[in-house]
Design a protein around this ligand. Structure first.
Ligand code: GAR
Length: 221
C-alpha cells in the first residue's frame, strides 16, 4: 500500500445521491487537517442532488450519470464506471449513494471502494434502518463503514460507532445522532486509507498490515 503525500495525494471519487452532508464533512476534514487527499470528482445519479452544489462550491468537478437514462442496471453501471475511471481514483467513496451496484462493477473496484451504512452491520442491511431499529426495540443503534463487496451492505466492516436508543427517539432524531457519528468516522477511514493503513485481503480488513480486531473496529471518542 502506498502512503499518500502532498506531492502525490490519494485520488478519490465520491458518489452521492442526495444532500451530501457526509461529502461536506469529508471536504472540511481534508481541508482542516491539510491531508494529502484530492477529491477529483463528485458523481451523482440524481441531477438534483444538493451535494452537487456543495462540490461545486468547494471547487470540485461534478458529473451526473442519471440512472433514468439507462435501460438496465448493467448499462448504467458501465456508464458510471467509464466516468469514474476517467479520474483514475485510488479510492471510491460511496456517501449516501442509493443505487444497488452490479457484481461486475463492485468487483472492478473491490478493495478500493467503501460505503457508509446507518446500522450496526450485519444488522439492518438495506433501507429504513432507523425505523427498523425502533420497531425491534433495540437499545443500541449505530453506523458502519465497510469495504464494498457484491453482497449489498455485506462487505467487511472497517469501523462502527454506536449510539444508545432513547425512549423518545424517532427515526428523525436517530438519523441526526447517527449523522454526527458519520461525520467523524468516515473522514477518519479515508485518512487511514491515504496513510496506507487499510487494505482488503480476500474478506479480511487489514489495519496496519494485520487483520483488524473487534476492538479496533469499535470507534470510541
Ligand atoms: C447517510 O446517513 C448514509 O449513512 C446513508 O445515507 C445518508 C446520506 O446522507 N447511506 C445509506 O443508507 C446507504 N445504504 P448525506 O447525503 O447527507 O451524506
Amino acid at each position: 500500500m502506498r502512503v499518500a503525500s502532498t506531492d502525490n495525494p490519494l485520488s478519490v471519487v465520491v458518489l452521492i445521491s442526495g444532500s451530501g452532508t457526509n461529502l461536506q464533512a469529508i471536504i472540511d476534514y481534508i481541508r482542516e487537517q491539510e491531508l494529502p487527499i484530492e477529491i477529483r470528482a463528485v458523481i451523482s445519479n440524481n441531477p438534483d442532488a444538493y451535494g452537487l452544489k456543495r462540490a461545486t462550491e468547494a471547487g470540485i468537478p461534478i458529473e451526473v450519470v442519471n440512472h433514468r437514462d439507462y435501460q438496465s442496471r448493467e448499462y448504467f453501471d458501465q456508464a458510471l464506471r467509464a466516468v469514474i475511471d476517467q479520474y483514475k481514483p485510488e479510492l471510491i467513496v460511496l456517501a449516501g449513494f442509493m443505487r444497488i451496484l452490479t457484481d461486475d462493477f463492485v468487483r472492478h473496484y473491490q478493495g478500493r471502494m467503501i460505503n457508509i451504512h446507518p446500522s450496526l452491520l450485519p444488522r439492518y442491511q438495506g433501507l429504513n434502518t432507523h425505523q427498523r431499529v425502533l420497531e425491534a426495540g433495540d437499545e443500541q443503534h449505530g453506523v458502519s463503514v465497510h469495504f464494498v463487496t457484491p453482497e449489498l451492505d455485506g462487505g467487511p466492516v472497517i469501523i462502527q460507532a454506536s449510539i444508545p436508543v432513547r425512549k423518545d427517539d424517532t427515526p428523525q432524531s436517530l438519523a441526526e445522532r447517527i449523522h454526527e457519528q458519520e461525520y467523524i468516522i468516515y473522514p477518519l477511514v479515508i485518512q487511514w486509507f491515504a496513510e496506507g493503513r487499510l487494505q482488503l485481503r480476500d474478506d479480511t480488513v487489514l489495519f496496519n498490515g494485520k487483520p483488524i480486531t473487534d476492538s479496533q473496529r469499535q470507534f470510541r471518542v
